[in-house]
Design a protein. Structure first.
Length: 450
């Protein structure tokens, strides 16, 4: 595809794209953590007739073709299914994205003092360029879980709230202009007021007094999960309004489009599945990452409620499935052309990007999709008039990356990476083309019915 998509769309199509992306922009502004994304997905799913798997199990219910069901894993991952008319043993059509994004986390004992400031100690999450996170308005999003079993939802730094941030040294005193920021240097300025009645840690005590008014103690931070993210709303970007700048496009742009596409699926032949998973940015590990057994467990429960479960049937189901590992890729950046291969790398406004393989250098660690599967996808997408591009990510020896594709491929299913090209990937503010966002939505919608 050589032509920029904006020149091919009708005015009606452009209007549809703008409306779709406005809703996506609002989603990004509201959902900056995994928990917030899961809450959004569940709320919207229930509006579209999805029922909780836990509730169905509690009521000794059954499932049949056409039913819509979701299952949540620890409030940080979710699986949604529209059950097909065929037996699940014949395979699923799966679109899987991750909903975690690079960020900075508060440590379990975050408070300390330095030179008249209450400071908050942090630990970064995922692959960030640390210098990009300093001198930037930041917000806190997360939860504090208390010993009495209650949970406090925390959002501070949005709307008219004060923001937080990490200070930077003025250029007059930083002649080397060093960007080698250490992880231990990413300390949040928490406050500058003192509790003069306190015997020690006067600046920390002032902040703790404020928290005490909300029945939060310093010890409660040990059982907290508080993420430090860019403050403020996602914004339309460009003089032509053709793009969106936001925190978390990687990979919530694919999560949102895959979710919205699933909501439009009714009575498919094969069961349509949307997986929104945690921990991809740090290797898909832990109980909420794709390496865990949560997807297998949920699949076994659903098959059992359909009267189809056996260990062999589930293995056949997984092996016969088709999957789009819906994760973003790097778009060619006009300011930094050197790392890119202009013949093979993704470009803005040229459609959803398919990476036959990921990995690095000699395809190390890659899932490498089968050509028979790709041919099947091409036929499906061409029939649905989806614009797509066949891409890689950077020059061969430049670097590379990984997704959840190789994890799902271990079941023997067909898997390929298919996502939206992104500029500024892993930066606090990333950029996507609205045209590519909409083509991703069209792609996932067509794929669920392949």
């Amino acid at each position: 595809m050589e032509t920029n998509l904006w020149g091919q769309y009708s005015e009606e199509e452009k209007s549809q794209i703008m409306n779709f992306c406005e809703d996506y922009r609002k989603f990004l502004s509201a959902c900056k953590t995994e928990r917030e994304c899961v809450h959004y997905a569940v709320t919207e799913a229930e509006k579209h007739g999805f029922k909780s798997l836990d509730k169905i199990l509690a009521e000794n219910g059954k499932l049949s073709a056409g039913d819509k069901v979701y299952a949540v894993n620890m409030d940080k991952s979710v699986v949604l299914c529209v059950l097909g008319t065929e037996s699940m043993e014949n395979g699923l059509n799966i679109v899987g994205a991750h909903i975690d994004s690079p960020r900075i986390d508060l440590k379990a004992n975050p408070f300390f003092e330095s030179e008249g400031f209450c400071m908050l100690d942090t630990h970064y999450y995922g692959g960030i360029k640390k210098y990009q996170w300093i001198a930037l308005p930041l917000a806190l999003h997360g939860v504090i879980c208390k010993k009495d079993g209650t949970t406090e939802n925390i959002v501070f730094g949005e709307g008219d709230d004060p923001v937080l941030g990490i200070s930077d040294l003025l250029p007059h005193l930083d002649k080397d202009d060093k960007k080698d920021i250490k992880g231990e240097d990413l300390n949040i300025l928490g406050g500058n007021m003192a509790d003069e009645k306190a015997d020690k840690k006067k600046f920390t005590q002032f902040i703790l007094n404020l928290l005490k008014e909300k029945n939060i103690t310093e010890e409660d931070f040990f059982s907290s999960e508080i993420e430090i993210v860019p403050a403020g709303n996602a914004r339309n970007f460009g003089l032509d309004n053709s793009m969106i700048m936001a925190y978390g496009h990687d990979d919530r742009v694919c999560a949102y489009t895959g979710l919205k596409a699933l909501f439009e699926i009714e009575n498919p032949k094969q069961t349509a599945v949307n997986i929104l998973v945690d921990k991809e940015e740090i290797g898909s590990v832990g109980a909420t990452g794709m390496h865990s057994k949560f997807f297998e467990n949920i699949l076994a429960e659903i098959m059992n409620l359909r009267g189809e479960y056996s260990e062999l049937s589930m293995r056949r189901c997984l092996a016969k499935s088709n999957m789009l590992s819906s994760d973003v890729t790097a778009a060619v950046d006009p300011n930094y052309l050197t790392p890119f291969n202009l013949l093979t790398d993704a470009e803005f406004a040229k459609g959803i990007s398919f990476n036959k393989f990921t990995g690095s250098r000699g395809k190390s660690g890659a899932n490498d999709a089968n050509p028979e599967y790709i041919a099947k996808l091409r036929a499906c997408l061409d029939e649905a008039k989806v614009t797509y591009q066949a891409t890689e990510m950077g020059k061969v020896d430049q670097g590379g990356g990984g997704t959840i594709a190789y994890i799902m491929a271990k079941y023997g299913m067909n898997v390929i990476d298919a996502g939206v090209p992104v500029l500024n990937m892993h930066a606090p503010w990333e950029i996507v083309s609205k045209a590519d966002v909409y083509e991703a939505y069209k792609c996932y919608k067509a794929f669920y019915k392949i």
